[in-house]
Design a protein around this ligand. Structure first.
Ligand code: AMP
Ligand code: GLY
Length: 428
């Protein structure tokens, strides 16, 4: 079988790596991929948004299954376009990908599903939002642009002035363009965050083991938000009892509600949760694997991912055995470019990759890398590498990951030094 993975980050490298291990898969292509995907698969120089060229490639190469990594192509209808051409593809169609692409659609779905989520109100204009904030009894607010805003459309505000400022940024400065045409203001929740992902064919769900992301740039969760500076799996803050509760009260009702709304969802349903003192609350849904959560998750998954994805497309997940996991925890440390999540330079030579490639139980997934004409791997993004290690304990996995990280460098490389510490300290 031939597989095409669409995307170019660490998540797509992990997907290509895992799919290429399937005994059913002969060949994996990645479009457009990066320097790392070129090692585990074959890159195809087609942008993730160039649907006509991707479809043409899938037809001429007789691709059996296309797997989409990022939200951009999903929300713009890559699944619809492939299906219209009779091609098999894993992921939600544009209508159901609104679960991620529209915060308002997401909140409406959660409300209909009776799933726990912060109280919210929808706004279109600045004035009514200012009035709402000024007359509210709340002291803190979260202001969210409705549409996709490259992970930056959520502003957590600690007082009314900050909330008014957030409304100004969205409505008057139009910082997120049309993604901010409508926005929501919601109650601010406290707790630790967890990512619970499930693969669903629209009827059956296969819940993956819980993971935790590290969204803040710097140690101690300080600094600006990023796409994620590290992750580990499993996250014991979601124990098996809580995971079952989340399945029954969040994931299954969501799948059922989406069916009732005539937007059946197939693909990865990713719940971003706040574990509050009164129980889990859904902060958001994503319609795809998390990046970097995907990297430690797939590093631990023993089941054949290709079979699971095929069964999802065929709506036959109920026929599969439960997922099989490596019992060892996995820790993923993201190495980033100087300046990220702000502006950063590209093109720095990366040193140390060959040495780390020989380390057992360590895998380096590439995120923002490229390979030049002379074969030198260079930085090509803000998040550059995802170093994943498995260990008998989380502390051992962390130590192994950082041992590898310290062997890799480029001009201006940096990383958080406390990935998985919350897990390690909680279980001391
Ligand atoms: P989202 O894209 O909705 O997950 O929001 C991004 C980040 O904003 C989350 O990971 C949380 O850290 C934070 N956030 C979102 N909604 C809330 C909320 N209601 N209360 C507190 N923090 C939130
Ligand atoms: N790791 C957060 C995300 O993928 O959205």
């Amino acid at each position: 079988m031939k597989v095409l993975v669409v995307g170019s980050g660490g998540r797509e490298h992990a997907l290509a790596w895992k799919l290429s291990q399937s005994s059913l898969v002969d060949k994996v292509y990645v479009a457009p991929g990066n320097a790392g995907t070129q090692l585990d698969a074959e890159n195809v120089p087609i942008s993730e948004l160039d649907f006509p060229k991707l479809i043409d490639f899938a037809k001429t190469q007789r691709i059996d299954l296309t797997v989409v990594g990022p939200e951009g192509p999903l929300s713009r209808g890559i699944v619809d376009a492939f299906e219209e051409n009779g091609l098999r593809i894993f992921g939600p169609n544009a209508k159901s990908a609104q679960l991620e692409a529209s915060k308002i659609f997401c909140k409406k779905t959660l409300t209909k599903a009776l799933a726990p989520t912060a109280r919210y109100q929808v706004f279109q204009g600045a004035e009514e939002a200012y009035d709402y904030i000024r007359s509210s009894d709340e002291g803190r607010f979260v202001v969210k642009a409705d549409g996709l805003a490259a992970g930056k459309g959520v502003i957590v505000c600690h007082n009314k002035l900050e909330a008014e400022d957030a409304v100004r940024v969205i409505c008057e400065e139009r910082a997120f363009g049309s993604a901010g045409d409508r926005f929501i203001i919601e109650e601010c929740l406290d707790g630790q965050e967890a990512s619970v992902l499930a693969i669903t064919d629209g009827h059956t769900i296969m819940t993956l083991q819980p993971a935790q992301d590290h969204k803040a740039a710097y140690d101690g969760d300080k600094g600006p938000n990023t796409g994620g500076m590290g992750a580990y799996c499993p996250a014991s803050l979601v124990d098996s009892r809580k995971l079952q509760w989340i399945e029954e009260n969040v994931l299954l009702p969501t799948v059922y509600t989406l069916n009732r709304m005539e937007t059946p969802f197939k693909g990865v349903l990713y719940a971003g949760l706040m574990m509050t003192p009164t129980g889990p609350q859904v902060l958001e849904y994503n319609a795809r694997f998390g990046d970097p959560e995907c990297q430690p998750l797939l590093s631990r998954l023993r089941s054949d991912l290709f079979t699971v994805m095929q069964a999802t497309v065929d709506e036959e997940l109920d026929k599969l055995e439960p997922l099989d996991w490596d019992p060892r925890p996995a820790v993923c440390v993201v190495m980033a470019s100087e300046g990220y999540p702000g502006s950063y330079a590209k093109g720095h030579e990366i040193f140390g990759l060959d040495e780390v490639a020989k380390t057992p139980d360590v895998k380096v997934f590439h995120a923002g890398t490229t390979i030049d004409a002379s074969g030198v791997v260079r930085t090509n993004g803000g998040r550059v590498l995802d170093v994943v290690a498995l260990g008998d304990t989380v502390a051992q996995a962390k130590a192994k990951a950082y041992e590898a990280v310290k062997k890799i460098s480029w001009n201006g490389s940096w990383y958080r030094t406390d990935v998985a510490d919350k897990e390690i300290n909680a279980n001391r």
